[in-house]
Design a protein around this ligand. Structure first.
Ligand SMILES: [Zn+2]
Length: 353
């Protein structure tokens, strides 16, 4: 389905939640409802997030992460062997402290985590659905492990659990399964030694499309401060792209707009599909469609048009809802400008003479 679309637009993952569901504009925001009301509230939020993406003109839709508190810890909390009541504070990606679950025994997926949510979303839309899961390396970096004492061993167990979940999501009608690996931009040795292997274990046997999202993080202070230390050229992708290129992953999601990433690094994943981040999530200014189009036009020097998927730099969970909606419209507006330049519509490529 997605293969036939031209410049199919989508977001990386999260959108802000309604204020009646969770306190807005913060990460790890606690739920405001309980039990059955919470279940109903989450489904209502899924309906709203779909409508917002539809009105924003997106071609590929997702759950906006409305049913999860956090993109990593919510998945981990559903596994056995994890104690999420006695949390521990750890330093994430060597950058900021967060209270996270603890691994206290063998981790295993006893039941599905997001599959019911995916089935619900599938029942509400005919558009292609993309579903984000955390990647194994980012998972081991977002918890405290007092059992395996080996990041590699733990990542391998997570990869097995992710694979089980991914297969059920695929069977529920998800067209693209995306793994979020912001930690790939930090722990290059681990990416090389076992990070890509763990990711390939997570996608083993899938026939839907698969994506990996590698970014410079949400627009929170710790990430913004870190970016200031990275200099005038951010070349982190240079370390991981050659390995992604050789992997079975179909799509790479990257940060572009307002970043110092040299766009020619995309040459290193030539042939893969690239979700190009044309919306800055760390900035309260709304991009104009022209700005989005400029980013896409620049990316087209290194990515063939049939492989370009316009997207956001990262998740929009910490933004205000109004701002997020405006950014969605800018994204689809920018994609439309480029389609017109190429004489095509979202649904078909028109051959020019
Ligand atoms: Zn991200």
């Amino acid at each position: 389905m997605t293969n036939k679309l031209v410049l199919p637009t989508s977001i990386v993952g999260s959108l802000p939640k309604p204020a009646w569901l969770a306190a807005p504009e913060k990460l790890w925001s606690p739920w405001k409802l309980e039990d059955l009301q919470l279940l109903e509230g989450k489904q209502d939020a899924l309906r709203i997030t779909l409508q917002e993406q539809d009105l924003g003109g997106l071609d590929i839709v997702c759950d906006g992460e409305q049913t999860r508190q956090h993109f990593v810890t919510t998945f981990i909390e559903h596994l056995s062997g994890v104690d999420f009541e006695n949390r521990k504070t750890v330093r994430i990606r060597d950058r900021y402290d967060a209270s996270v679950p603890r691994v206290v025994g063998n981790v295993a997926r006893k039941k599905s985590v997001f599959v019911e949510d995916a089935k619900f979303l599938r029942s509400q839309t005919n558009k292609p659905i993309k579903w984000a899961l955390p990647g194994p390396l980012t998972m081991v970096d977002t918890l405290f492990d007092s059992h395996y004492k080996s990041r590699e061993k733990l990542a391998w167990e997570f990869a097995k659990a992710l694979n089980q979940e991914a297969k059920e999501l695929q069977d529920a009608g998800v067209e693209i399964i995306q793994f979020d690996e912001p930690a790939y931009n930090v722990f290059f040795d681990e990416v090389k030694d076992w990070g890509i292997a763990a990711l390939e274990r997570a996608i083993e046997g899938l026939h839907c499309q698969t994506a990996v999202h590698i970014c410079y993080g949400y627009g929170i202070q710790a990430n913004n401060d870190w970016k200031k230390t990275l200099g005038s050229e951010w070349r982190q992708y240079e370390e991981v792209f050659p390995r992604i290129q050789k992997s079975k992953i179909d799509i790479v999601s990257i940060e572009c707009h307002n970043s110092n990433v040299p766009l020619d690094l995309m040459e290193l994943v030539r042939g893969k599909k690239v979700m190009v981040g044309a919306i800055d999530v760390a900035n309260n200014n709304v991009e104009t469609p022209q700005e989005v189009a400029n980013t896409l036009r620049n990316a087209l020097e290194f990515v063939d048009i049939e492989n370009l998927y316009p997207s956001t730099n990262c998740g929009m969970a910490p933004l205000s809802r109004e701002l997020a909606r405006a950014k969605l419209s800018a994204l689809s507006g920018g994609a439309e400008i480029i389609r017109k330049e190429f004489g095509c519509s979202a649904n078909k490529m028109i051959k020019k003479n």
